[in-house]
Design a protein around this ligand. Structure first.
Ligand code: CP
Length: 262
């Protein structure tokens, strides 16, 4: 079952494609307002009820920890397809696979994360997963959207090298192996004014890539709004549409793993 309490294009469609290609069938919803949660049904009851219909639940929810909570009320396996501003682990699996395919290794890379590092769940999950591979991180964000303290502390505890920048400078870009751009997460802002003020803080253009490494990998979990100029799409270093395709393979593998299929 794909239970999407928050909007999605890639994650839901790639999970559904993955199920279909593996010969399974999918039920679910992509608009919670059409379900009985709009009548007041609790998340717990929804999960317990859906568990009777399916072998696997794939869930996106606006509450941080919602997927973990779901695992506590059902024996049916649950995949977190994004929980608020917290984590997006299946995105990280496809990100790791994309990095491995383009760089030939996951080890000893300089990874620059740019944009909304506060609310961007994909960067939180990727940061944690990279602890096994001796990364060097650069976090480029404005003051209001800095990497949250818990992830900074995580880096310190794990002995991971990191720098924080507010300037998206050529110097940072030119010495980067992986440039991970993110969208400012409008849906997590309390007021529109702040969003409008911050949304275009960092925009990647071809000009900025002039002296960047030839094997740089430019990533973005998508959707993109304005943070990567469309002119960059034709640069061979742009990897974000390849990431999307890798999502299909990774999610097929994840489903097999979760269901114990060799
Ligand atoms: N990358 C990602 O999670 O995209 P969607 O929000 O479209 O699923």
């Amino acid at each position: 079952a794909t239970l999407f309490f928050e909007p999605s294009t890639r994650t839901r469609l790639s999970f559904e494609t993955a199920v279909n290609r593996l010969g399974g069938r999918v039920i679910g919803f992509s608009d919670a307002s059409t379900t009985s949660s709009s009548k007041g049904e609790t998340l717990k009851d929804t999960i317990k009820m859906v568990s009777n219909y399916v072998d696997l639940i794939i869930m996106r929810h606006h509450l941080e920890g919602a997927a973990r909570y779901a695992t506590e009320v059902t024996e049916t396996p649950v995949i977190n397809a994004g929980d608020g501003a917290n984590q997006h682990p299946s995105q990280t699996m496809l990100d790791l696979y994309s990095i491995l395919k383009t760089q030939g290794t996951l080890h000893n890379l300089t990874i620059t994360m740019v944009g909304d590092l506060k609310y961007g769940r994909t960067v939180h999950s990727l940061l944690m997963a990279m602890k096994y591979f001796n990364p060097t991180f650069r976090f480029v964000a404005c003051e209001e959207l800095r990497m949250p303290r818990e992830y900074i502390e995580f880096c310190r505890r794990q002995g991971i090298n990191f720098e924080e920048h507010t300037d998206f400078s050529r110097e940072v870009i030119d010495s980067t192996d992986i440039l991970y751009m993110t969208r400012v997460q409008r849906e997590r802002f309390f007021n529109e004014e702040d969003y409008l003020r911050l949304k275009d803080s960092y925009i990647l253009t071809l000009e900025k890539l002039k002296n960047a490494k030839q094997d740089l990998c430019i990533m973005h979990p998508l959707p993109r709004v304005n943070e990567i100029s469309v002119a960059v799409d034709d640069d061979p270093r742009a990897c974000y549409f390849k990431q999307v395709r890798n999502g299909r393979y990774i999610r097929m593998a994840l489903i097999m793993k979760m269901l114990g299929i060799e």
